[in-house]
Design a protein around this ligand. Structure first.
Ligand code: AMP
Length: 418
């Protein structure tokens, strides 16, 4: 039996976990300002939820899904992304009756990818979905929310890449033009791109293959195929971002990997993480809900990768707080120590009890446990209804090295140290 976690999956603990939690908490607080409510969907869905929506030619459906048959021989999939599940939930819960719906979610996602730094098979995303609003201002607001969150977290090294994928008709006519163009170079394209040529030629535009990129450099421009409505929609998005003073760069090769996007597509790119340069991305997906069997309700949203954001988070300071070590001297005082420790915890102080070993050893244990104050008492102190409050580590807490405090004043004394 292997005692290692599954390849590409890892235990989260220590600072990395603290960072992820801090990001989620900050994002949720900010999203509340934009009227978002939380949603949590199951980690497992019927495979059709993803297969029907993400597109057969997408990398996710093609080669990355964790799909298995359950005991009833039904095909199940560990969610590879959040949008399809959230839309499924909005339909299942009949929330389409109360629009708009603004939802924020976070949690683990699963993709069978080649693991490397910043890329895992179980990774974590936080995302938002804004449903029931077809105005381009919803796209602007969505991007503004992501920008607000990243800036509040102190993440500065990112650029917003922006593109339009137009409406269905524009995309269809552009696809035709791309197939015609790429067909001339069919034998020179990478294997992946060749297989996409007729089914999803847009994806060739964001191929990572160098030769594909060379061939893509001279493709016909989408602009020539955009309907006037699509152009107007995109113009409004650009004007909105400008008025909010949100910086962005136009990137005509940004198509996103999934079939469900239309109009606005965006990605947050960093130069700090090497090959894994995408912090997150999203876009508009007006046809998705209907494609899943629900009513025709427009939507826009994004997801960011928490693993990658955690790597970029600047040194983050936890507030200095008291961590109290309770140290009784004498076996007969253990019960009193347990009582006092619980009282401290009930009053909101982080406390730990140290019972075994000589005093020096227990102070060292308390230091190791990052306690900064020790409350020490023997039978003499107890008889006088006093305790000794001793500073353990020089960090953060301003107090005398050692003071005697009346037991009845202990809580207010400790409160005064914060
Ligand atoms: P996507 O849905 O592919 O656009 O992913 C959105 C974000 O999730 C990406 O920009 C990454 O930050 C993150 N992400 C996607 N796949 C992985 C992965 N395998 N490991 C870690 N983060 C990922």
């Amino acid at each position: 039996m292997s005692l290692q976690p599954v390849r590409g999956m890892r235990d989260l603990l220590g600072e990395e976990l603290d960072r992820q939690k801090h990001i989620v908490k900050t994002a949720e607080e900010i999203a509340t300002l934009y009227n978002y409510e939380s949603i949590e969907t199951p980690i497992v869905e019927y495979t059709s939820v993803f297969k029907r929506t993400l597109g057969e030619t997408s990398d996710i459906v093609g080669k990355e899904m964790y799909t298995f048959s359950d005991r009833n021989n039904e095909s199940m999939t560990l969610r590879p992304e959040g949008t399809a599940s959230v839309i499924r939930a909005i339909i299942s819960e009949k929330l389409t009756q109360t629009l708009p719906q603004k939802r924020i979610y976070s949690g683990p996602m699963f993709r069978y990818e080649r693991p490397q730094k910043g890329r895992y098979r179980q990774f974590y995303q936080l995302g938002v979905e804004y449903l029931g609003q077809d105005s381009p201002f919803a796209d602007v607001e969505c991007i503004a929310l992501a920008d607000h969150i990243l800036k509040t977290l102190g993440i500065v090294d990112y650029k917003i890449n922006l593109n339009t994928l137009g409406d269905m008709e524009s995309r269809q006519s552009y696809k035709g033009a791309l197939i015609k163009y790429f067909s001339k170079y069919e034998n020179d394209l990478s294997e992946d791109s060749q297989s996409r040529l007729h089914r999803n030629p847009l994806r060739i535009l964001d191929s990572k293959d160098e030769n594909d990129q060379k061939i893509s450099a001279n493709t016909p421009k989408f602009e020539a195929y955009l309907s006037s409505e699509s152009k107007a929609f995109f113009e409004t998005v650009l004007n909105g971002l400008n008025i909010l003073k949100i910086d962005f760069e136009l990137n005509p090769h940004l198509v996103r990997g999934l079939d469900y996007y239309c109009h606005t597509a965006f990605e947050f790119k960093t130069t700090s993480l090497g090959a894994q340069d995408a912090l997150g991305g999203g876009g508009r997906y007006d046809g998705l809900m209907q494609q899943m069997g629900g009513p025709s309700i427009p939507g826009v949203g994004w997801a960011v990768g928490l693993d990658r954001l955690a790597l970029l988070l600047p040194e983050f300071q936890t507030k200095p707080s008291l961590r109290i070590a309770v140290i009784p001297i004498g076996d007969e005082l253990e019960l009193e120590a347990i009582r006092l420790t619980q009282e401290l915890r009930l009053k909101g102080f982080t406390s730990e009890i140290f019972l075994k070993g000589n005093l020096g050893k227990r102070f060292r244990q308390a230091d190791k446990a990052l306690c900064n104050i020790a409350v020490v008492f023997g039978s003499d102190e107890l008889a006088q209804k006093k305790v000794k409050v001793r500073k353990l580590q020089s960090v953060e807490i301003e107090t005398n090295k050692e003071t005697f405090v009346d037991s009845s004043q202990l809580i207010s004394h400790l409160s005064s140290l914060i």
